[in-house]
Design a protein around this ligand. Structure first.
Ligand SMILES: [Zn+2]
Length: 349
């Protein structure tokens, strides 16, 4: 079968190559790969910024935003051939730590977890793949054209779950949400905010075009800019930061309403310094009972919540997030920057 592979730690090593078909182990499903979403992490893997090969190998299969159709199931499985599924990305660490032993491997404490397509496990970027039944999430069949968005939506569903758990420390009836960054994660965060009945604002540096049209289609308000200055007076109850831009990250901490929650989802590059008044930031957070927290990854509960959220969303809107579909045979084109919201590999072509 064909697979999109790379050498972790090597720059620009991506290639479509023939590899042996996977053999399902005990309790595993054999799956036909349908599509694969490509994200910033995959581009970082290709740029050698990130990634660890399976022990004893140098090449590995890339891909963590999966979508597939079940071909074969183990005996007594809750899955059936034909089911539309996605695979969970992370697996618990071998120790395991207290979080992993409780199934919350997205909160792993020792960093020894593994991840499909990123850390020591082959990914989902191949014509066939296998997955342990316990790490497969069944989707509504209607999500066939957009199901590869479930993984990024799972990261967002976890962010929302944690925002709501933090909010529950005291009386909490949020009214407004600000999302910074209108990439796939920001747009999905805005979607889940609208599903919760919030007034949603999305800030992005793009002047307009598709991103603003997608935001407005949600019944949210689009703002073009690079600073939170204009949100100081409005004081959103919740900010979901999806850009990782250092100056914006700092600004979020003093822009929320009292008892505000800032959820950091974006990843910054190191090496950029910003002059900040630490005293002002500290006073704002302490005197307003604010919370600033980071979140990454997702466990099965979040994948299920994401699958439900996408099943309830407007399918046409989700399809508009996918600005390019590239056949596996021309996979490298998917990694060329072209102003996309989301690029998807078609693993059947
Ligand atoms: Zn752990």
């Amino acid at each position: 079968m064909r697979a999109l592979t790379f050498v972790p730690g090597g720059k620009g090593t991506l290639d479509v190559e023939e590899v042996p078909d996977p053999e399902p182990g005990k309790g595993e499903l054999l799956v036909q790969g349908l599509a694969l979403g490509i994200c910033g992490t995959d581009r970082e893997l290709d740029a050698a910024d990130y990634g660890w090969p399976p022990p004893g190998k140098d090449r590995m299969i890339i891909g963590h935003e999966s979508l597939g159709r079940v071909l074969e199931t183990p005996e007594g499985s809750a899955f059936s051939p034909g089911d539309l599924i996605v695979g969970v990305v992370r697996r618990p660490d071998p120790v395991p730590c207290g979080a992993c032993v409780r199934g919350e491997f997205d909160m792993c404490r020792n960093g020894r977890y593994t991840e499909r397509g990123i850390k020591e496990l082959d990914g989902y970027g191949s014509e066939r793949w296998t997955v342990e039944a316990g790490y497969a999430i069944r989707l509504d069949p209607a999500l066939e054209s957009v199901g590869m968005l479930v993984e990024p939506a799972a990261v967002v569903a976890k962010a929302w779950e944690h925002i709501e758990r933090i909010g529950a420390r005291a009386w909490f009836e949020p009214h407004t949400l600000l999302v910074t960054g209108a990439g796939p994660v920001g747009l999905l965060a805005a979607l889940l905010g609208r599903q919760r009945g919030l007034e949603v604002h999305v800030l992005d540096r793009a002047a307009g075009g598709l991103k603003s049209s997608l935001v407005e289609a949600l019944g949210a308000t689009y703002h073009s800019g690079t600073s939170l200055e204009s949100f100081r007076a409005a004081e959103p109850d919740i900010i979901i930061e999806c850009t990782g831009a250092g100056s914006l990250v700092i600004e979020t901490m003093t822009t929320t309403a009292a008892a505000g929650i800032v959820c950091l989802c974006g990843l910054s590059a190191g090496g950029l310094t910003h002059r900040v008044d630490a005293g002002v930031i500290n006073r704002d957070i302490v005197l307003e009972n604010d919370v600033v927290f980071g979140t990454v990854n997702a466990n099965q509960r979040h994948f299920r919540a994401a699958a439900e959220a996408l099943a309830e969303a407007d399918r046409g809107w989700l399809e508009r997030l996918i600005t390019r579909r590239v056949p596996l045979s021309r996979a490298l084109e998917a990694f060329e920057p072209a102003g996309d919201v989301k690029v998807v590999l078609d693993l059947t072509a």
